[in-house]
Design a protein around this ligand. Structure first.
Ligand code: ADE
Length: 355
């Protein structure tokens, strides 16, 4: 890959690439746990069904699919869905990301090489620099980019026509997209946390691909702690599989799962060490809140973005945290879960923070 297209992480989807170069890659592809088509996809029923209809209709009309925006917390399958869309359309996928596109030229060089009907996937599209984003407006709407040569008096503009393409944008923060960009996506879908039952199915499917024996109750046990997120479910499954191979006979039982997950620092609700630290800081340091996110992040020595993307969505969903106009508050459930006592009132009674 030359320096000019360093913004492209992967030029084609796996099926369009030449064969695996070595044994490791072959194994990687073989053991890839992500579904490759809509029929293999578990959960997100409404999103899958509506996208499937749009893709099928596009095929029937021999048309180009509308631009698609996928948003939701990390690990729920936005990238997977983009690859499924390209597989189902039977077109190549060009994969890049907002931060990789630093200059207008980075995007223009990708757009001018895109072929009719191809999918351009931009991950973390909310991190696209403004100067790059502005080229996308006409590219998405008119399939053209206006290239400016020279500056000041000598400035000249040249409109380059592009082949029609489908932009699939993914973001964890739809709210950060500017209205002109957001409005240009004809299809906008939000991915939500999965039910425990769906996560259990994901785990059972993955265990079958990894060729590891797992008890039904063990899959449920891992699912309970996977925070409604397939990526986490698959990570936990791999760790439990390791533990089962080293400390047991290779079979994943409920007991093996519990022991392995306890060793990983994953608690009964699926909270990891970072989640627990976050809640404990609000409770111990800020008396349960309200506390500003910046202040919490500074106390934890973490980036606010990490907390917004990786920690808060699940804690909010699980009812352990609330967001108020004056800041974040730990809920009564968080106090109970972490076995924390509330503040004592002047009458000596325990007072949990009001929500
Ligand atoms: N692996 C990861 N996510 C999945 C999903 N939604 N369905 C099936 N397998 C998966």
């Amino acid at each position: 890959m030359g320096p000019k297209n360093r913004a492209i992480n992967k030029t084609m989807d796996d099926k369009n690439q030449s064969g695996p170069e070595d044994d490791t890659e072959e194994k990687h592809l073989f053991f890839d746990l992500r579904p490759r088509n809509f029929s293999e996809y578990i959960g997100q029923k409404q999103v899958v069904e509506t996208l499937q209809i749009a893709v099928e209709a596009t095929g029937k009309r021999q048309d180009v699919l509308d631009h698609v925006l996928l948003y939701g917390p990390p690990g729920l399958g936005k990238t997977t869905m983009a690859h499924i869309i390209s597989n189902e359309l039977d077109v190549p996928l060009i994969h890049t990301s907002g931060p990789a596109l630093e200059k207008g030229g980075d995007l223009i060089s990708i757009l001018t090489h895109i072929k009719h009907g191809n999918v351009l996937f931009i991950d973390e599209i909310h991190r696209l620099p403004k100067v790059v984003e502005e080229f996308l407006y006409s590219a998405m709407e008119d399939y053209a980019v206006d290239i400016i040569f020279d500056k000041g008096m000598n400035a000249r503009s040249y409109r380059a026509k592009l082949d029609q393409f489908t932009l699939v944008g993914a973001t964890t923060r739809a709210g950060l997209l500017s209205p002109p960009l957001r409005e240009r996506f004809g299809i906008q879908r939000s991915l939500d946390f999965y039910s425990e039952e769906d996560i259990q199915f994901v785990i059972q499917r993955s265990a079958a691909i990894l060729n590891v024996e797992i008890e039904c109750d063990a899959a449920r046990e891992i699912a309970r702690r996977a925070r409604g997120t397939p990526r986490i479910a698959n990570q936990l499954l791999r760790r439990v599989r390791d533990y089962a191979q080293v400390r047991a006979d290779g079979r994943i039982t409920v007991e093996v799962s519990r022991e392995a997950l306890a060793l990983e620092g994953i608690d009964e609700m699926g909270l990891n060490l970072l989640d627990v630290r976050f809640l404990k800081i609000i409770i111990d340091f800020y008396n349960g809140g309200p506390a500003g996110l910046e202040a919490i992040a500074a106390t934890m020595q973490e980036e606010p973005d990490t907390l917004i993307d990786m920690v808060e969505p699940f804690l909010l969903k699980a009812g352990l945290l609330v967001r108020t106009s004056s800041g974040r508050k730990a809920t009564e459930l968080a106090y109970r879960h972490l076995r924390k006592t509330g503040r004592a009132t002047s009458s000596g009674q325990l007072k949990l923070p009001a929500i």
